[in-house]
Design a protein around this ligand. Structure first.
Ligand code: UGA
Length: 437
């Protein structure tokens, strides 16, 4: 390893905490992961990761064996450490504000320990760091805001190959100490050192901007349906402009997960508290709420005005492909509406384990959900659902065989040829193939 070994406690064993801990341990530092759930702690300690993060799972067992990574319940058990990385949850309160209860409880524990640096990885509203650092300073602790840009399913890859390293601190020498942990990576990545409040806002603004792109293209998908244009082609054409770029323009049933929904709400609430109403952001959130309802409405109309008494198949529960995470997934809204309207629901997902619905049938293969269903909702973009041969099972469905492709991943023509009424998100079966010269 380069430089001296640093002793670090990472608090919170979610994807961010676990990937941060693994990355730091791989770089030769002495790392203790602090996780309060006994179930998760036992999994980590035995060398496995309690959620779906393929590369992280690969390296975790080796790191535990090498003994430069251990897992404890309380921060105090970590002993003397140079840094405490905080990676606990900041879920939404009912009014949309971020619940900082877990963050504050870690800060309380830290303030009773000998001096060091607190490195905030949790996403907190701008202004939080100023308040916490004032508090910590009196106990001899420095404070650094070090927001993460990790995607679920790629958490360790994104630690190893970050797009940028963002470090917010009042004191540049403290910022440099934290940046030093990444020494050797500076030639491949931009390191941005800034104020704590700028770092905090840059994190939330990044997520809010990506959510804005998604809601924008989703609104265009509604318009595309109304004028028989294809939003996938629209997005491709827009993306060819380097000022726009192609990413995060996939129209669909809406964004979900543990980050975009909560972070957009937290930023919106902060704006209200500070007398700066974030009108655009409010609309982004509203469009996202409206997308599942819009698709449910279209399918209901195609079924003759009611779901009651019918059977509906749902392919995909996870908020995005590659994860087993159901948090704020549009599938939850769709399934709960279907059940409330009296439909029988049969679901398939290759990764999500337990679901909250006792009265929903789970099937092992996607085609089994189609038996006797008059409609199919596709809500996660698992590539497995894109296999054209699956459309041959449409014969098992009841007319009118509505296929609601909430992720525009299916081949519309194939499903239409198999007797289905294909409803995409601004995406059609009867579109002439655009001519490419
Ligand atoms: C997101 C950000 O991408 C990360 O940079 C950030 O660090 C992370 O939140 C966080 O704050 O911790 P993640 O929640 O893993 O990461 O999910 P994304 O891959 O960004 O997807 C979010 C949602 O947007 C998914 O439901 C996905 O299906 C949807 N999406 C994405 C679209 O509907 N269209 C797109 O074009 C792209």
């Amino acid at each position: 390893m380069r430089g001296r070994q640093v002793r670090i406690a990472v608090v919170g064993g979610g994807p961010v905490g676990a990937a941060s801990a693994a990355f730091l341990a791989m770089r030769g530092h002495r790392v203790t992961l602090v996780e309060r759930s006994v179930e998760r702690r036992e999994r980590f300690a035995s060398g496995s990761v309690p959620f779906r993060e393929p590369r992280l799972s690969e390296v975790w067992a080796r790191l535990v064996l090498l003994e430069n990574l251990d897992v404890v319940e309380h921060l105090q058990e970590a002993g003397f450490v140079d840094q405490v990385w905080v990676a606990v949850g900041t879920p939404s309160l009912p009014d949309g504000r971020a619940d900082l209860g877990q963050v504050e409880s870690v800060i309380k524990d830290v303030s009773a320990m000998p001096r060091g640096i607190v490195v905030m990885r949790s996403t907190v509203p701008p202004g939080t760091g100023r308040r916490l650092s004032d508090l910590l300073r009196s106990c001899g602790w420095d404070y650094v805001s070090h927001p993460e840009f990790l995607r679920e399913g790629f958490a360790l890859e994104d630690m190893e190959k970050p797009t940028r390293l963002l470090i917010g601190a009042d004191d540049t020498s403290v910022a440099r100490t934290v940046a030093g942990l990444y020494e050797g990576m500076f030639d491949i990545v931009s390191v941005v050192m800034t104020s704590v409040a700028t770092a905090e806002l840059a994190k939330l603004a990044s997520n809010a901007f990506l959510a804005t792109r998604i809601s924008f293209i989703n609104e265009m998908s509604l318009l595309a349906d109304a004028v028989a244009a294809d939003v996938c082609e629209v997005a491709r054409i827009m993306g060819l402009d380097p000022r726009i770029g192609p990413d995060f323009l996939e129209a669909g049933i809406g964004y979900g997960g543990s980050c975009f929904p909560k972070d957009t709400r937290a930023l919106g609430s902060l704006g209200e508290d500070l007398g700066v109403p974030l009108t655009l952001l409010r609309s982004v959130i509203e469009v996202n709420r409206a997308m599942p309802r819009a698709l449910l409405r279209r399918v209901r109309a195609a079924l003759g005005g009611t779901y009651a008494g019918g059977k509906v198949a749902v392919w995909g529960l996870a908020f995005k492909a590659g994860t087993d995470d159901l948090r704020e997934s549009p599938s939850v809204t769709v399934i709960e509406s279907l059940l409330a309207e009296g439909a029988t629901v049969s679901v398939h997902d290759p990764a999500v384990g337990n679901t909250p619905w006792a009265n929903v049938e789970r099937v092992e293969r996607p085609e089994l959900a189609l038996d006797g269903s008059s409609a199919l909702f596709v809500l996660t973009n698992w590539t497995d659902y894109q296999r054209p041969e699956l459309a041959s099972h449409a014969v098992q469905m009841e007319p009118p065989r509505v296929v609601a492709d909430g992720r525009n991943g299916l081949d519309a023509g194939v499903w239409t040829r198999n007797g289905c009424l294909y409803l995409g998100m601004g995406h059609h079966s009867a579109i002439a193939t655009p001519m490419r010269v």
